[in-house]
Write a protein that binds this ligand. Structure first.
Ligand code: TYM
Length: 320
């Protein structure tokens, strides 16, 4: 079994990324797992090159600071030739309809100048998954559809040209698969949120985390109970609390008398959860040579893992 997953440096890492993905990667314990910063994916919407470079380093540091072993991480663009070769092959077994049907594409492709990369990005994600032969892909539920596409493409390529890809499957976290924005429980917490008061960032200072939690919307039921359909904002806070303390969300509600107490408990739990991650990340960012070393070694390992599969896919496709 090989697990693989990625995070896109299109913004600072937030609590949804952390609870739904990165912390789980740190807890999985299998040799050969691979986790990466998908900087190529961050180019699908307008971005600033210098900021992309800085965020890529920051995310790599957050992964390691969270406890993802340094010998399992890499940066996607260090494998640009391999991944873009395979992406082309996969694009040629993907229909336009399949790409255009992706929910994320539909959500983000509003406005005048939609980048073609936004449409084709799930084929790059399929290449990320299929190149190293990942069998399990731990993601939050917003990425499940993309993993499904990777399965479809693997099956189609194998059936048309010959067996080369192994079948991946998405695995979801039991809690925190979809952490919502604190200012609007109908929206997932996202890096792109314009109003970031509802987004808790892993590197936010404790004071700021506390202020954001205190401003979270609740409701007028005035009852701390876990009822996701009737009280989505309170349920979101309880899920965050539960994910930090290790309880279930119903148990987390016990003994909390009122929304002020709930917010105090959430703020404290989040601050304590993120404190060591924040300080270790800042240390790593202070030591660029160490981070460069980890990055270079990661690229070599990831490249080795995929080399024979890429060669076989190109050959079966009639190239070379
Ligand atoms: P990205 O950067 O949007 O998100 C990284 C991970 O965080 C999860 N996530 C959430 N989980 C819970 N609640 C939320 N509010 C929340 N927001 C995000 C995502 O599900 C994801 O697991 N395309 C991917 C990165 C990627 C990738 C891959 C993943 C590139 N190649 C190959 C798996 C396999 C992305 O942009 O994730």
């Amino acid at each position: 079994m090989t697990r693989l997953s990625g995070i896109t440096p299109s913004g600072h890492v937030h609590l949804g990324n952390y609870l739904g993905a990165v912390r789980r990667w740190a807890r999985e314990d299998a040799d050969g797992d691979l986790y990466f910063v998908s900087d190529l994916h961050a180019m699908t919407t307008p971005y600033r090159p210098e900021l992309l470079r800085a965020l890529t380093r920051e995310q790599l540091a957050v992964l390691i600071a969270t406890g993802v072993p340094a010998d399992r991480v890499f940066v996607q663009s260090d494998l640009t030739p391999e991944l873009t070769s395979l992406t082309w092959v996969l694009q040629c077994v993907t229909t336009y309809g399949e790409a255009a049907r992706m929910t994320q594409f539909k959500e983000k492709s509003t406005g005048a100048s939609v980048r073609l990369g936004l449409l084709t990005y799930p084929t790059l994600m399929a290449a990320d998954i299929l190149l190293p032969g990942a069998t399990e892909v731990p993601v939050g539920d917003d990425q499940a559809q993309h993993v499904e596409l990777a399965r479809t493409l693997a099956r189609r390529f194998n059936g048309t040209y010959g067996e080369v890809f192994v079948m991946p499957k998405a695995i979801m976290p039991p809690v925190a698969a979809r952490v919502a924005d604190l200012s609007d429980p109908s929206r997932k917490m996202a890096k792109s949120a314009r109003d970031s008061i509802g987004v808790l960032h892993v590197l936010d200072e404790p004071d700021l985390l506390s202020r954001k939690v205190k401003r979270a919307v609740t409701d007028n039921h005035a009852r701390v109970e876990y009822r996701p359909a009737e009280q989505p904002a309170v349920a979101n806070l309880l899920e965050i609390l539960a994910a930090c303390t290790g309880d279930g969300p119903r148990d987390a509600a016990a003994g909390l008398d009122g929304y002020a107490a709930l917010k105090d408990a959430v703020a404290e739990a989040v601050i304590e959860e993120l404190r060591p991650v924040r300080s270790r990340t800042l240390e790593l960012l202070d030591d660029p040579a160490e981070l460069d070393k980890i990055r270079a070694a990661g690229a070599v390992r990831a490249r080795e893992r995929g080399a024979h599969r890429l060669a076989s896919a190109l050959r079966l496709a009639g190239l070379g």
